[in-house]
Write a protein that binds this ligand. Structure first.
Ligand code: SAM
Length: 220
């Protein structure tokens, strides 16, 4: 699978490629990550301009972005605009994107991108109801959530019981050494070696965590 970031700031993505699971997935040739800079598709280096009708801030121009998309898009590509108006990303979307051959993530900046971009994308994707400076951090979050689900990137059993793997269900609590820390103890059953009992405890703890979070959200 290939992920292409369309960004004015490829340095962010270079750092993303150099660590942990993403780095391993690249070196195992399971994923290929590249960047395309809209600035390379301008004659004068100008990628933004003032907003028609007035207003503060600059808007990214449509022309260089469309040329950037056209330079890499194939029939296997899904073109996604990172933006706060989109549907909110979740584990189900990550799982469906993990089956796609080529994901293109467009990172806006400044006041965003000329609204005519909507004619050149498959859909817009948000990471939540808040605004960040640019689409690079949201796009990296989405790419990370997708890449770790691709076969061979991490052990399958590492993500099948993770939070949200089954619609909305949260993971159980996990513990490591020491057995006791400042009076807080690891539940005795997890030290028992009885795998049936441990499985039962984990299932119940998973349900308890999910219900408690729902109750907390209900109160807010
Ligand atoms: C400062 S924001 C622009 C916000 C825009 N003026 C608005 O009010 O909707 C710049 C860029 O960051 C990205 N961005 C900001 N918040 C985001 C979010 N919640 N989800 C996804 N992308 C986001 C988008 O690519 C956006 O074009």
């Amino acid at each position: 699978m290939k992920t292409t970031f369309i960004t004015l700031f490829p340095e962010y993505i270079e750092a993303f490629k150099q660590h942990s699971i993403i780095k391993n997935a690249i070196s195992k040739k399971i994923v290929d990550i590249d960047t395309v800079n809209p600035r390379d598709f301008t004659e004068d280096g100008k990628v933004d301009d003032t907003v028609f009708g007035g207003g503060t801030g600059m808007l990214m121009k449509i022309g260089p972005i469309v040329k950037a998309i056209e330079s890499i898009k194939t029939e296997d590509s899904i073109v996604i605009l990172m933006g706060p108006r989109g549907k909110t990303h979740n584990q189900e979307n990550a799982r469906s994107l993990s089956k796609v051959k080529h994901i293109v993530l467009i990172c806006g900046h400044y006041e965003g991108i000329d609204a005519r971009i909507k004619h050149y994308i498959d859909y817009e994707l948000s990471i939540g109801e808040f605004i960040v400076t640019g689409g690079e951090a949201p796009a990296m979050l989405v790419a990370d959530s997708v890449i770790r689900l691709i076969d061979g990137v991490i052990k399958e059993e590492s993500h099948i019981n993770e939070s949200f793997d089954k619609k909305g269900i949260l993971e159980w609590d996990n513990f490591t050494q020491p057995r006791e820390f400042e009076g807080y103890e690891v539940p005795e059953i997890l030290l028992s070696g009885n795998h049936n009992k441990i499985d039962k405890w984990r299932k119940q703890n998973s349900i308890d965590n999910t219900v408690n979070e729902l109750l907390k959200k209900g109160k807010n």
